[in-house]
Design a protein around this ligand. Structure first.
Ligand code: IMP
Length: 429
């Protein structure tokens, strides 16, 4: 099957946008399967830059773009993103955008709760994007969510709103907040309903038809494996499963649909928000990586923490997500360094570890074991073949492949789509 699933192999922000855009130009359908508008994907097409948070990247080129049931959908964020892209000349119609009618909605009080909880958490802050993602997923598994299909039956929402308000009003009272303005919420939902409903479909049907016809489906993951609610650095994670397996459950396709799993990894490591980061560099090299890599969050504008490539973490991400090949991005950010370090293991209480331990305190106290390799002074920016790379850069990539036990399928050397070294075409799997 010629499907491709793209996932982040670190803590998000690996440069998925460019790779997804390149693959989307050859896909028949592009599908988001988890997360919400906490994601930030930047696409550079010609001289236009598009910033997407919720919409699948195929939308920019008019490819059928699907939001699967695994996504949590903020109707107002959807509307504003659609309007922003329309103003940039992108045509978004029910033919090009389809949204699962089973998507749970992110409502205004989810956003409030996200912020109230973060502000009240002192040292325990997660550093969320404050978009209401966690509270909306909680309501989904708590069976209190209002879903896209409910927008077509607003007159029948009574019992659901009773349950939802009872739960949230108790929480809000604890935070000293007034109860939910139920009439106001109903009015807001009534106002936005038609806008969302024009795109609502049983998308699993369309996707299964695509599968039967042998169409190429591109599954576009958001965030990264280390932010997965099960496999990531819990509790400093997002509230969805970010691994490739979610491409099946988050869309209504069977597990074989994932196809080639392309893990995106930066040639170094970054993280936004709180949580353990063993190879973090709080020195001039970390600053340099941040500046050269323009490491500021697309969604929140926050400065990203930077550090060396952690082969232990990426090996673990590849294993738990079943990665077939890696796309290594932002190699050019390392240009000009005398020495480059790669983390190959950890030391914890006198023991050597080849995996990341589960407990948050252990994760925060592991000491990285580094291997140092010679850097390169030449520019790798814009390289499109191995021949254009300095020998030390090739050595660095080969060593990463060995350590993570996964082959490199692509190397990205600038934000431009064509500045890519293609080793193995994921769609030709
Ligand atoms: P939430 O997803 O807003 O609940 O945030 C939980 C954690 O995931 C925080 O550390 C965020 O910074 C991080 N996070 C969420 N979305 C992204 C993303 O797209 N890129 C990088 N980090 C993210």
């Amino acid at each position: 099957m010629a499907n491709v699933t793209v996932i982040g192999a670190q803590w998000g922000d690996e440069g998925k946008g460019k790779i997804v855009d390149w693959l989307a130009s050859r896909a028949d359908v592009v599908v988001r399967f988890q997360g919400g508008h906490n994601a930030g994907h930047t696409l550079v097409v010609g001289n236009q830059t598009y910033k997407l948070s919720l919409l699948p990247s195929g939308i920019v080129r008019g490819t059928l773009s699907v939001i699967g049931n695994g996504v949590v959908l903020d109707p107002w964020a959807l509307k504003s993103e659609v309007e922003k892209l329309t103003a940039q000349g992108v045509s978004i119609t029910p033919e090009t955008l389809q949204i699962a009618d089973t998507c749970p909605l992110i409502l205004p009080f989810h956003r409030d709760l996200d912020a109230l909880r973060e502000d009240a958490s002192g040292q325990g802050k997660i550093g969320t994007t404050r978009r209401g993602i966690g509270p909306a997923y909680e309501d989904k598994v708590g069976r209190r969510a209002i879903r896209v299909c409910d927008l077509a039956h607003l007159g029948q929402l009574g019992p659901q709103l009773d349950r939802l308000c009872a739960h949230h009003n108790a929480l809000r009272a604890g935070f000293g907040e007034p109860p939910i303005d139920r009439a106001g919420l109903e009015a807001e939902l009534a106002e936005i309903a038609d806008f969302v409903l024009q795109f609502a479909r049983p998308v699993w049907l369309r996707l299964n038809a695509a599968k039967a016809k042998g169409e190429r489906i591109l599954f576009e993951g958001a965030q990264g494996v280390l932010l997965d609610v099960d496999h990531g650095t819990y509790p400093f994670v997002t509230s969805s499963n970010t691994i490739a397996g979610t491409a099946a459950g988050g869309t209504g396709l069977g597990p074989s649909a994932a196809g080639f799993v392309l893990g995106i990894a930066k040639a170094y490591t970054t993280r936004v928000g709180a949580g353990p980061f063993p190879t973090e560099l709080e020195d001039a090299i970390g600053e340099r990586l941040g500046e050269r890599g323009r490491e500021f969050g697309t969604v929140t504008g926050r400065k990203r923490r930077c550090g060396w490539f952690d082969a232990v973490l990426v090996r673990q991400s590849c294993a738990v997500s079943g990665v077939t090949g890696i796309a290594l991005t932002k190699l050019d950010v390392l240009d000009g360094l005398d020495q480059i370090a790669i983390c190959t293991g950890y030391r914890l209480r006198g023991e050597t570890l080849n995996h990341f331990p589960a407990h948050a305190a252990d994760q925060a106290s592991v000491e990285p074991i580094y291997e140092t390799i010679e850097g390169w002074q030449e520019s790798t920016a814009g390289a499109r073949s191995w021949a254009e790379l300095p020998a030390s850069a090739i050595k660095y990539i080969r060593r990463i492949e060995e350590l993570i036990q996964c082959p490199v399928a692509l190397v990205s050397t600038s934000p431009e789509r064509e500045d890519t070294i293609l080793v193995r075409d994921p769609f030709a799997n």
